[in-house]
Design a protein around this ligand. Sequence first.
Ligand code: PLP
Length: 488
Amino acid sequence: MRRTAVPLLFEDSRPGRRTMRTPGADLEAARQGLPAAELRSKQVAWPELGELDLVRHFTRLSQRNFAITTNFYPLGSCTMKYNPVVHESLAAQPTWTGLHPLQDDNSVQGALRLLHDLAADLGAATGLPGVTLHPAAGAHGELTALMVLRAWLDEQGQNQRRTILIPDSAHGTNPASCTLAGFRVVTVRSNEQGLTDMDDLRAHLGADTAGMMITNPNTLGLFEENIAEICQLVHDAGGKVYMDGANFNAIMGVARPGDFGIDMMHLNLHKTMSTPHGGGGPGAGPICVHQDLAKYLPAPTVVCSQGKYRLRIPEASIGRVRAFHGNFLVLLRAYAYIKRLGAKGIRRVAENAVLNANYLRVRLQDAWRVPYNRICMHEFVARPTKAMRDQGMHTLDVAKRLIELGYHPPTVYFPLVVPEAIMAEPTETESKETLDGFIEAMLQVAAEALAGEEALHQAPRNMPVTRVDEAKAVKQPQLRHPRHDSEE
Ligand SMILES: *Cc1c(COP(=O)(O)O)cnc(C)c1O
């Protein structure tokens, strides 16, 4: 069924229609005293609709939403898993939403305890006990940690160390955060196994090394097996190791980064711990650091003494990175998530996330090319086979065809180390039936691509907006409806 576009409210407008009528205001009286130049010469063309048409308009729009609550959403690296509804209702309780961040500490002991205990739980789960909950997203956590690193380097009298090593498979936010924090980025190659190339790493370590940023499991969905040795090498060279922990869903409850030598990391609570995301926020990207670095963390942190929770400014704090305490209601969902699952449940999440990804990988490995085809963690990367590419089929065609079949496409063209990449992360919350349905769809698309079906180039055909010219959309963005342009 082809879905048609929802008309704009302006297009459905009919003169004189109203949802309700208010007693007329005295416009003439209101105009008095306003400078003439500021007065409009003609009436604003607000849309005019009856209430039922208005309600239908917004209801239809809401149904155009593609979400984890409507369809399977295996968007690699984004951990689009189910967020339990009960956490939403907890976060909506007036007990929490009615709090004010400037209230006296004594009147918000419960909220401070929640922050304190969540930080302690995250510290225990990562093996890195210094925790700040302030950063508002993963990338913000990266930046915060790099500022902590700078503070540490400065205190050591080592501020000539300004180079950060980053593997070529890194998430784009890593080099961006480095640049923003005033560091230089040097890229380290991956080897044929999709892991950090140890020789290339050794070759780049030196007196200017401030540290390394490494994603583990990496963006190929592989666990960096040499991580302990990597940390040792960077430490011996005088640097610190930052782990991009956005993929923590794959290892939580199983491995603690502090144990394998990581000094600092961030967590994406909105990915891993129960906050709906994908629309741009709000999120939470706490960072966890080795205790030697805790004194530099942003201010304030919550401490507990004699049963009282209080705010404290760490001794050598880098200052504030966010108003008040971060996104409290996101932190609350993460707290609820941890308490409901417990340590065993958290471990099972990771185990099932890995199991589901491997199930998909093995079922798809014959029809699709899986370049680093070995046991993966929470996600894996596939690509069209040579025979498909010989038919002129690209990953973009595959992604658009999946939309027609009711699936959100996996992440495409990332990581950059795999050309035509298709990166799928099923997460632990999907049933075997859902995974089987997706596998069927992927096998069907593979067959169509091999047969060189022209229709693939036009997909998606059953959507209000069909194939767009993506390059043109970036180069000539049209951000206003033409109707408004013609009115001025
Ligand atoms: C999502 C992600 C980030 C960025 O997190 P945001 O919360 O979107 O800022 C960083 N690194 C990796 C590997 C990610 O998957």
